[in-house]
Design a binder for this molecule. Sequence first.
Ligand code: PGA
Length: 257
Amino acid sequence: MRKPVVVGNWKMNLTLGQAVLLAREIRLRLGTYDSVEVGVCPPFPLITAVQAVLSDTKIGVGAQNMHYERNGAFTGEVSAEMLKSIGVKYVIIGHSERRKYFGETDEGVRKKLGTALDYGFVPILCVGETLEEREAGKENDVVVKQMESALEGFSSTHLHNLIIAYEPVWAIGTGKTATPETAQSMHSIIREFLMKKFGASFGYSIRIQYGGSVRPENISGLMVKEDIDGALVGGDSLNGERFAEIVMRSGTAKGGK
Ligand code: PGA
C-alpha cells in the first residue's frame, strides 16, 4: 500500500513571523494525524524556524529547490549539503515555475535529482504539460519525455524514495483543476512508464501526487482515483485550515481516519 502524501509548496510567500504562525496552526491541526504523510516546503530562510515549530511532529519540512553542485562559486544558490545539515526531508525538483522563469532544463533537473538522491532526500519530481501542449494533443508525449530525461541513468534502488508530482501547468494557480479523470489518466501513464522502465513492483510502489489548484472542495474526487496518491498544494497550503482539510480529506478518500 502506498501511504498518501500531501506536501505544501509555500513558494515565495510569507515573512518569518507569518511562517511561524502558519506552522503552529498546521501543528495544531495535523501534528498527530497519521493517515497521510504531510510535508511543507517554506522558502529557504524560513526553513529552520518552521522545523523548530514542527520538531515534535511527523510533519516533514522540505525545500523548493537546490543546486546540483556540492559547493563553490555559485552566488545565490543553496546546496544539498546545506539542506542536509539542517535536516531537510523533501526537495521539490523541476517545478514548472523553475522551468519557466529560471530556465531549468531537463538536463539540470536530472542533475538535481541525482544530487538529491545522493544526499538521501525525498525528491518530489515535477512534470506536466502546458495548455498549448495539451491543446495540440501532445500532453502524454511531453510528460513521458520529461520523465525519461529526468530518470535517465538511475536505478530503481537509487530511486526508491522518489515522489512524482504531476502538475499540468494550466492548472497551477489558475483555479482550473484537472478533472479526476484527466489527472488519473496521466497518473496511470506515469505509473506504466515507471513499471516498464524499472519493473512492476517499483512502479507500483512510487507515489504520484497531483498538483494544480488543489482545494478542500476538489481533493476527495481526485484522491479516490487509483493512481492518485497525494497532492502538491500551492495556494491553499498558505491557509492552515484549508491545508489541514485537504490532508484529512485525502486520508478519508483513501480509507484512513
Ligand atoms: P497551486 O500550486 O495549488 O497554487 O495551483 C500548485 C503548485 O505549483 O505546486
